[in-house]
Ligand binder design. Structure first.
Ligand code: GDP
Length: 416
């Protein structure tokens, strides 16, 4: 102010303007520098039928050629293909993990198609929880593999969602941020796309499926995000081909009747998806994964393991108390199991003893029976022996008598 200026002149004080920032005004800069040094990770899960355009869209999104061999339609169950890429855009490094379903929608029985996907998401949460509960943690170096977003590819039937879509999304919505996409949107007319979008949204709502909503609580992005929420599901087209339109080379798909430009907002929602996913809301997707989906998994898991924040009397319980209670519970259970095992062992010994006794008795009876038979046999043989002996005596008697007679006869013959 002029008055201040006068005072400065009077006191001969020089007024300098500051060059650059100082004080805690610089805090955001520190964060930016650190984030750039550390690099970023982002994990995308693509769920959709074989050949629906998952790999092509990822290539189009990241302007790369990550695509590998074509998937077959003949897998007996749903699998996952996990690939991690290190990408760089100016000085920003991004460790991107793309998980794609393989064989999804190709089986006759599609009831369990969502299970491998759910298991994969849970396994990443479990790995993070494991790291978090370690005594020596290194979360800053830990490669966080939790899925930050699930791009769900809907077939461009123009009609309605399939039961497989509803079942899978229902099973995933509490574990991951789902962004539904109408794949190969160039195969459906503009009017049909609008009707299809409305139909899909009403089906999702009536089946109680929660999809990711772009956040509207931050005033810098609220307006864009709320208008884009109204565009869901995004009608996307993927292509890695570059086509000539006038004097420009654009990414698009060339048809006999014209060119579909992937990056033209009048042709499809690809640009909206890319902006929302990579430029505006990637951090929110990651934050929501951590604070909502992972938190829910962690809560359920720790509760199952017996951890609690308050006891039955609504008083806070310390970790030490829980640990001791758990240890006591474990000790009691071991005792119970040991007692049960002992009882079982005694019972089995008793049973074995009884069977041995029964077998012994049976043998004894058999022996007695054999003895009786043997006695009878001996008796019989003795009778026969006696009889034979009698016969032998008789024989000798007869023999002696005949010999005597013969001697008499020969003596009388000599006399004559
Ligand atoms: P994935 O098995 O789901 O990974 O499918 P691919 O990305 O390998 O795509 C299968 C076929 O569909 C390829 O021939 C692609 O050129 C084609 N394709 C991919 N995206 C689109 C699209 O948006 N529109 C049309 N019409 N075809 C597409």
């Amino acid at each position: 102010t002029p008055a201040d200026g006068d005072t400065q002149k009077e006191n001969n004080i020089r007024c300098l303007t500051t060059s650059g920032h100082f004080g805690f005004e610089c805090l955001p800069n520190q964060l930016v520098t650190r984030s750039i040094r550390q690099g970023f990770t982002f994990n995308i899960l693509c769920v959709g039928e074989t050949g629906i355009g998952k790999s092509t869209l990822i290539d189009t999104l990241f302007n790369t050629n990550l695509k590998d061999n074509k998937s077959s339609h003949f897998y007996s169950s749903v699998g996952l293909r996990i690939q991690t890429y290190e990408l760089q855009e100016s000085s920003v490094q991004l460790k991107l993990t793309v998980v794609e379903t393989v064989g999804y929608g190709d089986q006759m029985n599609k009831e369990a198609s969502h299970q491998p996907i759910v298991d994969y998401i849970d396994a990443q949460f479990e790995a993070y929880l494991h790291e978090e509960l370690k005594i020596q943690r290194s979360l800053s170096e830990y490669h966080d593999s939790r899925v930050h977003v699930c791009l769900y590819f809907i077939s461009p039937t123009g009609h309605s969602l399939k039961s497989l879509d509803l079942l899978t999304m229902k099973n995933l919505d509490s574990k991951v941020n789902i962004i539904p996409l109408i794949a190969k949107a160039d195969t459906v007319s503009k009017n049909d796309i609008q009707m299809f979008k409305r139909k899909i949204m009403s089906e999702l709502i009536s089946n109680g499926i929660r999809i990711y909503q772009f956040p509207t609580d931050d005033e810098t992005t609220a307006q864009t995000n709320s208008s884009v929420n109204g565009l869901l599901p995004f009608a996307v087209v993927g292509s890695t081909d570059v086509v000539k339109v006038g004097k420009r080379m654009v990414r698009g798909r060339h048809y006999p009747w014209g060119v579909l430009q992937v990056e033209n907002e009048n042709h499809c929602d690809f640009i909206k998806l890319r902006d929302m996913l990579l430029c505006t809301n990637m951090e929110n997707l990651k934050e929501k994964t951590h604070t909502q989906h992972y938190e829910c998994y962690r809560y359920q898991k720790l509760q199952k393991m017996g951890f609690t924040d308050v006891g039955p009397d609504n008083q806070p319980v310390s970790f030490q108390e829980i640990f001791q209670a758990k240890r006591q519970e474990f000790y009691d259970q071991c005792q119970r199991e040991e007692e049960e095992l002992k009882q079982k062992f005694v019972q089995q010994v008793k049973e074995k003893e009884a069977t041995f006794k029964a077998a012994e008795k049976e043998l004894q009876d058999k022996l007695e029976h054999l003895k009786v038979i043997q006695q009878e046999e001996i008796k019989k043989l003795e009778g026969e022996k006696k009889q034979l002996e009698g016969e032998i005596i008789d024989f000798y008697k007869v023999k002696a008598a005949s010999e005597a007679l013969q001697t008499q006869l020969s003596a009388s013959a000599k006399k004559d």
